[in-house]
Design a protein around this ligand. Structure first.
Ligand SMILES: Cc1cc2nc3c(=O)[nH]c(=O)nc-3n(C[C@H](O)[C@H](O)[C@H](O)COP(=O)(O)OP(=O)(O)OC[C@H]3O[C@@H](n4cnc5c(N)ncnc54)[C@H](O)[C@@H]3O)c2cc1C
Length: 436
């Protein structure tokens, strides 16, 4: 059973915010702002830091911003501060390869990520900001009988959850990606692929800025260059945070710091079963568009997509050591190039323009850690490994519901911190290690 394609929600939201500040420009205004530097209106306010808020969110990546946005939009809570020691999207939310999909391995994972795909489908309209969500199709290649079996397993779980996902053969793969070498004579022949038509990519900066602008328009305060140095707890309850700009009282503090989750949770003595690894990516010079789908090979530890500007975006699995370093390495580039050319030999003359890294908090089961902790008022939305960008909308929506109602939404109840003590892991390694 494959669910029919969803109809877009009715339009009508494309004209500004409830907060009243219209964000639309006429063509004339766009040209005028472009010609005269310094005249662009601010997209979100720069506010004085207050001494008290109802909720403090630590981290202005997609998770922190989406949580604040849905708190204000869905629950009318706007006495909310989002604090970041750097700038909006300066962490992993501005460093990822922006793949969005829901073809995971466990029913819990599939349901959760599918709600995010659904939210992404309407996000441009909801935020009045073009997030360039392109559902171009996502292919996970199988180069052995064992991985073909895993793809068939995933396809069955996906179908049971109503997700458009199936195993296809080399001929169909060649039709979708003509530049892929599917001949028998290669070192890692392509035997088949898991094909997921709704998967694709977004423009990550647009999503980050859209959520920041939407939250700000509803009264949320975004404080960049504001580092949380400590979290105060009295009688087992959170009372506030200490920052490099002063103390703030708040009964609820949410940790949305992918890559730094253990350091912030250590401030209240809550240990996270997380190990932090660097993850690198790279991009080529732009060329004429020739690659429509997103192509992933778990066996070769590589994936590739093409942006609307024509650059090829490459990624891989995490560096095999724990570190907070965000340096790119020559080993990564060499291995990446070798593996990409196994798949698409015709790319041999393309030039890499740049490479970069982010920090990924890896959990033992490759699923996130979301919800309450033993410290009352200290909530976590962390453990996002290499796969958390696609989850930003649903994580924000569900964390906001938890904060506003005090009840853990069903979609995130499998991902609580207590699962590690109780042995209820949600094993997603087979679907999340390279595919992101
Ligand atoms: C190279 C790469 C490719 C990826 N590709 C994909 C992909 O294709 N698809 C996908 O779904 N996911 C992908 N990911 C994962 C994804 O980027 C992350 O899971 C996601 O962006 C996490 O978002 P976040 O908002 O939780 O954290 P971040 O965006 O990392 O934001 C956390 C913020 O917390 C701030 N912070 C930390 N400590 C403090 C403190 N003490 N005080 C104040 N602020 C603090 C940081 O400055 C940072 O801005 C990729 C990651 C990388 C690195």
């Amino acid at each position: 059973m494959v669910r029919a394609k969803r109809e877009p929600r009715s339009g009508g939201k494309l004209h500004g915010f409830a907060g009243g500040r219209s964000a639309r420009y006429s063509a004339f205004e766009l040209v005028r702002h472009g010609m005269r530097h310094g005249e662009w209106p601010r997209v979100w306010r720069e506010c004085d830091l207050r001494s008290t808020y109802d909720v403090v969110v630590v981290g202005a990546g997609i998770h922190g911003l989406a949580t604040a946005y849905y708190l204000a939009t869905n629950h009318g809570m706007s006495r909310v501060a989002v604090l970041d020691r750097g700038y909006v999207g300066g962490g992993n939310s501005g460093r990822n390869t922006a793949i969005v999909r829901s073809n995971y391995l466990t029913p819990e994972g599939v349901r959760f990520y599918d709600r995010s795909v659904e939210l992404y489908e309407h996000l441009s309209a909801d935020l009045n900001f073009n997030i360039m969500f392109s559902q171009r199709g996502h292919l996970t290649l199988a180069h052995s009988d064992a991985s073909l079996r895993t793809m068939a397993w995933r396809a069955e779980v996906n179908k049971l959850e109503g997700i458009d996902s199936s195993v296809i053969g080399p001929e169909e793969i060649k039709r979708l990606v003509p530049y892929l070498d599917v001949s028998d004579g290669t070192r890692y022949p392509v035997l088949g692929a898991l094909y997921h038509p709704p998967g694709g990519t977004v423009r990550h900066d647009a999503v980050n800025w859209g959520y920041a602008r939407g939250a700000d328009a509803r009264g949320v305060e975004i404080h960049q260059r504001t580092e949380v140095l400590g979290i105060d707890v009295e009688g087992g309850k959170v009372t506030g945070v200490r920052t490099d700009r002063g103390r703030i009282s708040a009964p609820v503090v949410v940790n949305c710091t992918a890559g730094h989750a253990t350091l912030v949770s250590d401030m209240v003595g809550v240990r996270m079963p997380v190990i932090t690894h660097p993850l690198q990516a790279a991009v080529t010079e732009p060329v004429k568009v020739f690659l429509d789908a997103v192509v992933v090979s778990g066996t070769l530890h590589v994936y590739v997509s093409q942006t609307d500007r024509g650059e090829l975006v490459f990624g891989a699995s995490t560096d095999p050591f724990a570190s907070y370093s965000m340096r790119g390495s020559l080993e990564f580039t060499e291995e990446l190039a070798g593996h990409v050319l196994e798949l698409m030999p015709a790319l041999s003359r393309m030039r890499l323009l740049r490479q970069w890294a982010g920090l990924c908090d890896m959990t033992p089961d490759f699923s996130p850690i979301m919800g309450v902790t033993p410290v009352e008022g200290f909530l976590v939305d962390v453990g996002w490994g290499t796969y958390g960008y696609k989850a930003g909308p649903v994580a924000g929506e569900t964390m906001a519901e938890l904060i506003a109602t005090g009840r853990t939404p069903e979609l995130i109840s499998p991902f609580g911190l207590d699962r590690f003590g109780e042995g209820r892991l949600v094993g997603e390694k087979g679907a999340a290690s390279v595919g992101h």
